[in-house]
Write a protein that binds this ligand. Structure first.
Ligand SMILES: C[S@@+](CC[C@H](N)C(=O)[O-])C[C@H]1O[C@@H](n2cnc3c(N)ncnc32)[C@H](O)[C@@H]1O
Ligand code: SF4
Length: 439
């Protein structure tokens, strides 16, 4: 396993009778130390059907005990906010699984709990991932009344044959109806997910699909290259030779075409897979890439925060128990279902900053890097490296007074760049340690 893969495995890669959100205790944003603020992710682990490509932490139960699940999500929210001593929640993201299958009351109750435990400033971004089925589209207004103000719709493709291949439980027409309803309710705050590099897909069919979506979408688009995940039925079909995957060159061309088309349509590529116009960047996802604190609630959720009150001030990576029934038992017994806690060293944190920060068009600022390693600047680590200079000469990477960042061309080959950069970081770190120990 390469250093990059190991690091990837550690980084998380992302829920009647309702009262209007306005009655919730909302306070104005104010300045607080970074460790007193966090983004909050809530994982709803259930789906109606297993998609052929998906290896997220999700379950297809016959019945969901929603009341018990809701109580446990509420309990874990209270516990983890208290353990973190966070005073302000900067964004909330209900992800899955399929959180649009949860009842709006569950979403409402969790938001109430958050605002009872910490400040939830007026206008805080509260996103819900929604699958574009008609059942879910009909409940979008209820989610809005519960406090959701941003929607992320998993459209994936506008081609019915592709949707079938992906095992989706909706058609392109369902997706477009959901998109229309979402834009009506959340204008300027509706995002769509599309996947490219699908079996049998050509550059032409991809471009047509993207252009069709762009003629109808709102101000935020996420484009994901299909990852063939071991253990999924799509993986099996491809490896048994039943489905042809497009060549790497073709997939690279799909991405490059998309970058150009989106730019021509007024979108800024602010991250490897994310494009926004009219300033509609996702605050929640930016928190991850900027290396801010986040609290993960629900089965399999990840978190990164400084644990208050244990005397040490280091940040921890936390992973919650994956399986919902076991997670619920743990929450009922201990108040939370954290399965694993790992203290992050300074080097761990720098590696994360590198891997996540370079995903953004703005990259990593000197100021951000120095906050973690005050005596180990970006210049010191990368400034003298011949390999890094070569990447700069190839127009893939920039190191200047603003900091370190990728060019648009560089974003397309970020994984390759990271292999060089991570190894340079590790080497520079080892030299620094050697010098400070006097050996
Ligand atoms: C975990 S899904 C949850 C959202 C929702 N359940 C849905 O399917 O629309 C979030 C997004 O990740 C992307 N995704 C999931 N598995 C993927 C894979 N194997 N390759 C590329 N993108 C993937 C999809 O675009 C999806 O919309
Ligand atoms: S892609 Fe979404 S709907 Fe499909 S199984 Fe995965 S989480 Fe569930």
């Amino acid at each position: 396993m390469s250093a990059l893969h190991k690091l990837r495995a550690r980084i998380p890669a992302g829920l009647r009778g309702l009262r209007p959100a306005a009655t919730r205790r909302l306070t104005r944003a104010h300045t607080l130390a970074p460790e007193k603020q966090a983004a909050l992710y809530v994982h709803w682990p259930f789906c109606e059907k297993r998609c052929s490509y998906c290896n997220f932490n999700k379950y297809i139960p016959r019945n969901v005990d929603e009341l018990r699940m809701r109580d446990c999500l509420i309990q874990e929210t209270k516990t983890l906010i208290q353990l973190s001593q966070v005073q302000r929640i900067t964004s909330v993201f209900f992800g899955g699984g399929t959180p649009s299958m949860a009842s709006p009351l569950t979403i409402d109750n969790i938001l109430d709990t958050i605002s009872q435990c910490a400040h939830l400033a007026e206008g805080t971004e509260i996103t819900l991932e929604a699958n574009p089925t008609s059942a879910e589209a009909s409940r979008l207004a209820e989610f809005q009344r519960a406090g959701v103000n941003r929607l992320s719709i998993g459209i994936q493709s506008l081609n019915d044959a592709d949707l079938k291949l992906l095992g989706r439980n909706h058609t392109a027409a369902d997706a477009l109806r959901t998109l229309e309803e979402a834009k009506r309710l959340f204008p300027g705050h509706t995002s769509v997910d599309l996947i490219f590099g699908l079996p049998g897909q050509t550059v032409t069919s991809w471009v047509q699909s993207l252009q069709r979506l762009l003629s109808m979408c709102d101000d935020h688009v996420s484009l994901y290259q299909l990852t063939l995940e071991r253990g999924t039925s799509l993986f099996k079909q491809v490896y048994q030779g039943y489905l042809p995957m497009p060549d790497g060159d073709v997939v690279a061309e799909m991405y490059e075409c998309a970058q150009h088309i989106l730019q021509d349509t007024g979108f800024r590529q602010y991250e490897v897979s994310n494009f926004a116009r009219n300033g509609a960047l996702s605050a929640h996802n930016l928190s991850y890439w900027q290396g801010n604190q986040y609290i993960g609630i629900g089965p399999g959720a990840h978190g990164r925060f400084v644990l208050s009150g244990d005397g040490k001030r280091h940040r921890e990576a936390r992973i919650q128990t994956l399986e919902p029934d076991i997670w619920m038992k743990e929450v009922l017994a201990f108040g939370h279902g954290t399965r694993k806690r790992t203290a992050l060293s300074e080097l761990d944190r720098l590696e994360e900053v590198l891997v996540l920060g370079l995903r953004m068009d703005v990259g990593i600022s000197h100021q951000h890097w120095l906050q973690i390693a005050p005596t180990f600047s970006l210049w010191k680590v990368f400034g003298e490296s011949d390999e890094v200079k070569e990447l700069q000469e190839q127009g893939l990477l920039l190191l200047d007074d603003r900091g370190l960042r990728c060019s648009r061309k560089g974003l397309a080959v970020l994984d390759t760049l990271l292999l060089t950069l991570l190894s340079q970081l590790e080497q520079a770190w080892a030299e620094k340690e050697e010098t400070s120990s006097g050996t």
